[in-house]
Design a binder for this molecule. Sequence first.
Ligand SMILES: C[S@@+](CC[C@H](N)C(=O)[O-])C[C@H]1O[C@@H](n2cnc3c(N)ncnc32)[C@H](O)[C@@H]1O
Length: 199
Amino acid sequence: MEKEKILFNIKEEALKNHVPIIEDDSLEYIINILKDKKPNKILEIGTAVGYSAINFSQYLVGENSKVITIEIKDKMYEKALENISLMGLQDKIEVINADATKYLKEINEQFDIIFIDAAKGQYLVFLEEAIRLCKIGGIIIADNMLYRGRTLSDYNEHKHRTATNRLREYLVQMKEDKRLNSTLIKVGDGLAISIVKNK
Ligand SMILES: C[S@@+](CC[C@H](N)C(=O)[O-])C[C@H]1O[C@@H](n2cnc3c(N)ncnc32)[C@H](O)[C@@H]1O
C-alpha cells in the first residue's frame, strides 16, 4: 500500500477510536515551522498512536535525524510502534514507553523542536524540562492551549478546572519567562509557540 494511504488509514482509525490526534490546521501550521526550521532532532511529549510523530518525521533534515516521542499508556505505545513500522519509519522515530514527567529529567540531549501534547495538568513541568532540553533558537510548541475555549472562559465545570488553571499558568509563564519569546496562535485548539532565546 502507498505510504499516503497508510497514513490516511492511521488517521481514520484514530478518529474512529476517539484518539485525540492533532487537528489538521494545527498540523499544517507546525509543518510550516518545520519546513522553515529544518529540524534534525524533534522531541514529542504525548505520542498516542504516532500520527503527529509520523507527520513530523517527514520534515527531518540531516544525518542521524530523529523524532523521539514519549507515551505513558502501554496500549498507545504498542499501537504507535505498529503504525510506525507500517510506515517503515522505525529508524526515524523512537517511541519511549514512560511517564514524561520522570523520563525527561533523565535525558540531556538537545532538540530543535519540542512538541508538548500530553496531560494538561503537567504542562508547566513539561515546559521547564523542554526549556532545558531545547537548543537556543529552538522552538517549544504546546497544543490544546485553548482547551475548547475553557482556558478563556469565566466558568468551567469542576472536572476541567485543574487543567484549565494549569494552562492559564502556562500562558502567563511563557510570556513572563525571560528565556522565551512566546505567542499564542489561535489555530486548531490553540498553539503556544515559544522560541528559546537563552537559558
Ligand atoms: C493528545 S494525545 C497525543 C496525540 C499525538 N501527539 C498526535 O497528535 O497524534 C496525548 C497522549 O499523551 C499521553 N500522555 C499523557 N500524560 C503523559 C505523560 N505524563 N507522559 C507521557 N505520555 C503522556 C496520553 O496517554 C495520550 O496518548
